[in-house]
Design a protein around this ligand. Structure first.
Ligand SMILES: Cc1cc2nc3c(=O)[nH]c(=O)nc-3n(C[C@H](O)[C@H](O)[C@H](O)COP(=O)(O)OP(=O)(O)OC[C@H]3O[C@@H](n4cnc5c(N)ncnc54)[C@H](O)[C@@H]3O)c2cc1C
Length: 561
């Protein structure tokens, strides 16, 4: 039975950064990932990572942009930490071997991103996530003596001792179907977002909200769950992302009348307003009949010099050709707002600690909350690294004062019983994929850019019906080797829990702020709603609560771009 000081569930950027920090602090570390680590979703991150590194820029300016971007729902103490520590993190990455773009003078070069008052996004063409993830993975392998890697292992359950502290997990070796108990003094969830609860989404198939649901099920509160980011530029057919880097490089948005409509909605920042503002503007144009017949808007990247596009945006050149049949260097590509990111997650402090002792969370699974109502582009990679590192350091420190827990063998028997129940389901129920599609389409219809009470009530009714149907969904594969059917059944349960938490939080927030626009409550209402909404599991269903927003130096103002 593996036993480690620090157990990390998830090997994307947050998990790998946490592992390196915990190992550097002297801890023995295990890192588990349901896919090979460099296939974690962080590999898809395209446009870049923010930091106020230029002498003309300041961390205070970065922090204010982030607070304003969050529609004043972000916790300012955590935002200050993230922005203050950002420059050193970029330098650490560069020294570790990340080949960030350099400008004509040989200095690290930046590109503009939405909602930022300075061009402070550092990038590697449009493969920034891949570049960083591979360098971290090399480091992980160099730390082989301290870090044990469990690749293609799927965590099913978090374990608690009699006091309620988190003391490990149960995981299934996907290659053989064998279950194993992992004991640990500290556990860090770094298992990413939950985009697959929506259809379409920019997120990979593996983003199924596992960690959010696992933490929720053992009593950790979730926070800001209503805040779902719709990215302004995704392909209509399949949700693929066209990076904000395109607008950062100078691309324009046009409606079907040829109008550069952002002049109306954000006269100063235009296409580089924050994402919630641009997505709402696009959706308004589409809803009011000024979109194209296929329900889209045109993104014109031909405004960017062709040579520059081919050099700095080469991935989306390929995506345009392969998935839309469009040469973006010569003609506009049609896009629309699409589900992209969850600002909410497991509530943590700025060392990653959740209210469950011994349980930490970092990255997209967590809500620190540095993004509040709306995340600025290129702030997520930063969030994963800063709070991944801080969680790793803190979890290692905590482990020094804790004895190694030992789980009882009964834990494994219970976990095997749950897998057997799935395998022994009678055939004939609805298919997992059908339920998942209904869930995704429901969320995308009723819990999207614009929301109202009636739509949210319909969404909740459907999600709760799907929760009843899911335990009977048919399983075809009864085997042990790479049984994706069993995993899909477990993931469906996670997505349904997450979806329910999102909908009830969206119902509760009766105002419009950041990514949550309620057509029945169109104004921001600081007097009644300038607080976080929390969701905790009570018996079988969600319980709502509140948490204060931490203000340090920026009072809420009207938000214009
Ligand atoms: C297309 C796209 C482009 C983006 N571009 C940018 C960008 O340019 N800049 C930016 O700041 N942000 C960007 N983002 C957002 C950013 O990429 C993500 O928020 C971030 O990478 C999440 O990292 P993470 O480490 O939290 O999770 P992930 O990278 O998603 O890693 C999650 C890990 O958890 C593991 N895992 C999950 N469940 C289990 C389980 N049950 N058992 C075991 N392991 C499990 C997975 O295998 C994986 O290793 C982009 C997002 C998308 C979708």
């Amino acid at each position: 039975m593996p036993a480690h000081d620090v157990l990390i569930i998830g090997a994307g950027l947050a998990g790998q950064r946490a592992a390196l920090a915990a190992a550097d602090a002297g801890a023995s570390v295990a890192i588990i990932s349901k896919v090979h680590p460099v296939r974690s979703h962080s590999v898809a991150a395209a446009g870049g990572i923010n930091a106020a590194l230029n002498p003309e820029d300041s961390w205070e300016s970065h922090a204010f942009d982030t607070v304003k971007g969050s529609d004043y729902l972000g916790d300012q103490d955590a935002i200050e930490i993230m922005c203050r520590e950002a420059p050193d993190e970029i330098l650490w990455l560069e020294h570790a071997g990340v080949t960030f773009h350099r400008n004509g003078t040989g200095h690290l070069g930046t590109r503009a991103f939405g909602g930022a008052s300075q061009a402070r996004t550092y990038y590697v063409a449009d493969i920034t996530g891949q570049a960083i993830l591979h360098v971290l993975y090399e480091r992980l392998m160099m730390h082989g003596e301290r870090i044990s890697r469990y690749e293609e292992w799927f965590t099913t359950t978090l374990l608690q001792d009699d006091t309620g502290a988190c003391v490990g997990c149960v995981a299934r070796d996907i290659r053989t179907g064998a279950l194993e108990v992992f004991d640990a003094k500290s556990v860090i969830l770094a298992s990413g977002g939950a985009g697959q609860a929506f259809k379409p989404t920019t997120n990979a198939l593996i983003c199924t909200g596992d960690g959010i649901a696992q933490a929720y099920r053992i009593g950790a509160p979730l926070m800001d769950m209503e805040m779902i980011q719709y990215h302004p530029t995704t392909l209509a057919e399949n949700g693929f992302l066209i990076t904000e880097g395109a607008r950062g490089e100078g691309a324009h948005l046009y409606n079907a009348l040829g109008e550069r409509f952002m002049e109306k909605y954000a006269p100063n920042k235009l296409e580089l307003a924050s994402r919630d503002v641009v997505s709402r503007a696009e959706q308004t144009e589409i809803n009011e009949g000024r979109g194209f017949p296929d329900g889209t808007i045109a993104l014109d990247i031909t405004k960017v010099p062709r040579k520059r596009t081919l050099e700095a945006l080469r991935e989306i050149v390929n995506i345009g050709k392969d998935f839309a049949g469009v040469d973006i260097t010569r003609e506009p590509i049609h896009i629309k707002p699409g589900m992209h990111y969850i600002m909410g997650g497991v509530k943590t402090d700025f060392d990653g600690q959740t209210p469950v002792p011994g349980l930490y969370a970092a990255g997209e699974v967590a809500c620190v909350s540095v993004h509040g109502g709306n995340r600025l582009g290129a702030n997520s990679l930063l969030d994963t690294l800063i709070f991944g590192r801080r969680s790793g350091e803190h979890a290692a420190g905590r482990a020094r004062g804790v004895a190694m827990p030992r789980s009882s063998p009964g834990v494994l028997t219970d976990a095997q019983g749950e897998i057997d129940d799935i395998l022994n389901r009678p055939t004939g129920g609805r298919r997992i994929s059908e339920i998942k599609t209904e869930l995704g389409e429901t969320m995308n219809r009723y819990v999207a850019v614009y929301r109202d009470a009636e739509g949210l009530a319909t969404a909740l009714e459907i999600v709760q019906r799907l929760k009843q149907e899911a335990p009977n969904a048919a399983i075809d594969d009864k085997g042990t080797v790479f049984n994706q059917d069993v995993l899909a059944a477990i993931e469906l349960g996670y997505m349904l829990d997450v979806a329910e938490a999102i909908v009830v939080a969206a119902q509760e927030r009766r105002e419009s702020r950041g990514a949550q626009f309620r057509t029945d409550y169109p104004e921001r209402n600081d007097a009644e709603w300038l607080h976080h909404i929390t969701v905790s599991l009570n018996g079988d269903g969600p319980d709502l609560g509140t948490a204060p927003v931490t203000m340090t130096r920026w009072e809420p103002q009207e938000r214009t771009y």
